[in-house]
Design a protein around this ligand. Structure first.
Ligand code: PML
Length: 252
């Protein structure tokens, strides 16, 4: 039996009552791994670089294996950038190469850069016009229901390339789930961890393109934008991103 284990933590108040988001994590694991997984998530919520959490929500649910979809993990390419300006310029070029118009790419970059505080979800923007497609007053679409199919094999493959830590482990899984939907043209993301300045552009065509610097060290604001192909069914895409369970497989 497989279980989904989800954690979200906040400071000051629960998320629903306006608390400041601290951290979130999600795994899909076998029953025997539940205790270890839950303990690791609690530790993470209590010792996160964004601050200690006052409210921690841990949710464990059985997964209906018949509803699980399997998709390939995106291949990773590491790009180089000397600083934030170069990193953001490269990200814009990568988005345009993946089929996003320059106008929409710029709009997406500005959406994240203009945030005063990180939001929990991702913005959905039309890849042609740059217009926001999810609730304009809302806090974005939170992607959930994914993990790698073979956790050990996945971690070893990342480590063999010198890629370590929760950020890349989770971001690559999330980006691969999103890229597995026909409605998603590309994704732009950088971290909200003040000590972590890496970001990426992901697309099904070009894979996960990792950019080493996308913001200043110490900046606690990051975010994520999905650029959506014109004509995509937005409600179906949001349902897929939020609720469809997807297990990602290496090279398949
Ligand atoms: C996040 O953890 O908030 C997003 C991480 C983006 C970059 C991950 C990486 O490739 O190192």
């Amino acid at each position: 039996m497989l279980y989904s284990v989800k954690m979200r933590s906040s400071a000051g108040a629960p998320h629903e009552r306006g608390g400041r988001h601290i951290s979130g994590a999600e795994r899909i694991v076998e029953g025997g791994e539940l205790e270890e997984t839950a303990a690791a998530m609690l530790r993470r919520a209590r010792t996160h670089p964004r601050g200690g959490a006052d409210f921690i929500n841990l949710k464990i649910e059985a997964v209906n294996i018949e509803r699980v979809l399997y998709k390939p993990l995106l291949p990773v390419t590491e790009l180089s950038a000397a600083g934030k300006e170069e990193g953001r310029r490269i990200a814009l070029e990568e988005l345009v190469r993946a089929g996003v118009t320059p106008r929409a790419a710029k709009a997406g970059m500005e959406k994240i850069a203009a945030l005063a505080e990180s939001i929990r979800g991702a913005f959905l923007l039309d890849s042609g016009s740059g217009e926001r497609l999810d609730d304009p007053e809302g806090s974005g679409v939170r992607v959930s229901g994914m993990d790698c199919d073979e956790a050990g094999e996945y971690l070893r493959s990342l480590e063999a390339r010198g890629l370590r830590g929760e950020h890349i482990r989770e971001a690559l899984v999330l980006a691969s789930k999103a890229a597995g939907h026909d409605g998603v043209a590309a994704e732009l993301c950088w971290s909200d961890d003040p000590g972590y300045v890496t970001g990426y552009v992901a697309s099904r065509t070009f894979g996960y393109r990792r950019i080493p610097v996308m913001k200043d060290l110490g900046d606690p604001v990051g975010g994520r934008v999905f650029f959506v192909n014109p004509g995509a069914d937005i409600a179906a895409l949001i349902e897929y991103l939020r609720r469809q369970t997807v297990l990602l497989r290496l090279g398949r």
